[in-house]
Design a protein around this ligand. Structure first.
Ligand code: GLN
Length: 542
């Protein structure tokens, strides 16, 4: 079977589940025995997500091969249970950069380089490369943003051109939103009709519409949408709010969605084995005991709203770890700056079963994090520090146990007399030569665990591989002193040069990791450190 391309575009507004719909359809096709891959197109001019503020854009997801991508790549990995590489992520910036580089090399042989077709051609070339690399029967391509925006128009043009190239190999799904305004009490189809008109204007007719809404779509509205949007009724899929995103595949399969997609490609319908997902959903529904986790960060307030998108994979990994322990995670987002302004608030940490500090950058809120870590260490509250959360744990330990009051990371204080965290040796040159974009230590690196460590017990093996995204690291000049004061070095690079995991003894769970374990946690194979952390937190409840 030659590659079949399924484009997923959004209508009406963002945040209605395009990524989840893409991932869920991919999962079902995989469960029907096909090879599937998924591509995310981000319409921003940024070359990667690494330079986008997570409050605005959400989490920066890191792939095994070190790309800084959109959080949807994480959704695909969690649903499809495959590693997705940098071939599967593109931005406007990345596409234009290639076109301009080609022009500079003279690859266009003196021709005027027109935006159309050159830019869409580059998009198509990238899609073809990803399809070939994955040897995929089905390639799902999610175009970021919503139809009608100026920014994604060239990607829609790529879709149109691919359809012209081979009409039988391309299908388009529109994920739309059907509001039920409380004052009217009726589900409205008009915004979806407008979204379809919008996409029609650029020469594309959707083959399927996924209708996201509070409640299921009823017959009169399905009929209306079909008539006004030119989509067969059987191609209109209802996606009412689910209790968890992990229920969406079953919701789609009940409607025979993937089979209808297969039939539209003139392929035969097939049964899907979704039993492990079904079991997971049942497990999620059955968990009763709550475990209360405080996540201390700073990337979640936007105006009057709290968004947890910046820490999406951490949140998912906490859920996976909790479900594996038969409990329900109750997560509270705690603002580290509050502990700087009101140190007396640290006492609230006692009400949590576990504290987690995820990755972060810069000085804002960092002293609050260090104070919270000190509180968790002293009061034996399970603590899990990730990346900045590990670095801050080392700083806290150095200040408290060795009396090095000015111990710090040189990210914040270059003049400290105790730079226990310092810039990695190659990073200064990278910054000087290449600037900030894509120059951190990125992607998967091996790590060797110490016998008898909490981490080793959790993983059950000595050699692991985890994904990184940082510029600073543990300063080995201070290793001996810190170890003498009781810090446990539980994981290092295979050459023993880089410290990757620290722990403290005589504590229910105090683990700081330089890498980001959350990127490798999957619902069906929860990450061992998250499982161990929640287990410790659960014991605190009991
Ligand atoms: N700011 C720290 C560094 O660059 C930690 C990065 C992170 O938490 N991802 O090393």
């Amino acid at each position: 079977m030659h590659h079949k391309f399924i484009f997923v575009v959004g209508g009406v507004m963002s945040g209605v589940g395009k990524g989840t719909s893409t991932a869920a359809l991919g999962l079902i096709l995989r469960a029907k025995g096909f090879t599937v891959t998924a591509i995310k197109i981000d319409p921003y001019v940024n070359v990667d997500a690494g330079t986008m503020n997570p409050v605005e854009h959400g989490e920066v997801f890191v792939t095994v091969d070190g790309d800084e991508t959109d959080q949807d790549i994480g959704n695909y990995e969690r649903f499809l249970d495959i590693d997705i590489t940098k071939k599967n992520y593109m931005t406007t910036g990345r596409v234009y950069l290639s076109v301009i580089e080609k022009e500079r090399r003279g690859d266009y042989h003196g021709k005027c380089v027109e935006v159309v077709p050159r830019v869409p051609e580059e998009v198509i070339a990238r899609i073809d490369i990803a399809a070939e690399a994955a040897k995929a029967d089905f390639v799902l391509i999610e175009i970021g943003g919503t139809v009608g925006e100026y920014e994604n128009i060239l990607f829609l043009e790529a879709l149109r051109m691919m359809r012209m190239r081979d009409p039988d190999s391309v299908r388009t799904i529109l994920v739309s939103y059907l509001p039920v305004p409380p004052s009217i009490g009726e589900m409205k189809t008009k915004p979806t009709q407008h979204a379809v008109r919008e996409i029609n204007r650029v020469g594309i007719a959707p083959d399927f519409i996924i209708c996201r809404s509070e409640a299921a779509l009823d017959a009169p509205r399905r009929e209306k949408l079909s008539r006004f949007c030119g989509v067969p009724e059987a191609h209109i899929i209802t996606a009412a709010n689910a209790k968890s995103i992990y229920e969406v595949p079953m919701m789609f399969e009940e409607q025979g969605f993937a089979d209808t997609v297969l039939k539209s490609f003139h392929a035969e319908a097939k049964p899907a084995d979704l039993s492990s997902w079904q079991k997971l959903v049942e497990k999620i529904g059955g968990v009763k005991n709550e475990v209360r986790i405080g996540v201390i960060g700073k990337y979640f307030s936007t105006g009057d709203f709290i968004l947890s998108d910046a820490y999406l994979s951490v949140l998912e990994a906490l859920k996976h770890g909790a479900w594996a322990n038969g409990c329900k995670p109750v997560i509270e987002w705690l603002n580290s700056e509050e502990y700087e302004k009101h140190p007396e608030k640290l006492g609230e940490l006692d009400t949590f079963d576990g504290i987690l500090i995820p990755g972060g950058f810069g000085s804002r809120g960092v002293e609050g994090k260090i104070a919270a870590i000190g509180y968790a260490r002293k009061n034996k509250i399970p603590y899990f520090g990730i990346c900045y959360g590990m670095q801050c744990a080392v700083i806290e330990f150095a200040r408290t146990e060795l009396g090095w009051n000015d111990a710090n990371t040189t990210e914040i204080d270059t003049a400290t007399t105790h730079p226990v965290i310092h810039i990695m040796s190659d990073q200064n040159t990278k910054l000087d030569v290449q600037g900030i974009g894509g120059t951190l230590r990125l992607g998967s690196y091996p790590c060797v665990l110490a016998e008898n460590s909490v981490s080793m017990a959790a993983y059950g093996e000595t050699n692991i591989s985890e994904r990184h995204r940082h510029r600073y690291e543990f300063n080995s000049d201070y290793r001996e002193d810190l170890v003498r004061a009781g810090l446990v070095i539980a994981g290092t690079s295979p050459d023993d040069r880089l410290v990757e995991i620290v722990e403290v003894a005589d504590h229910p769970f105090f683990v700081g990791v330089q890498f980001h374990p959350e990127f490798q946690s999957r619902p069906l194979s929860p990450h061992p450190l998250f499982v161990a952390f929640i287990k410790a937190a659960k014991s605190r409840v009991a």
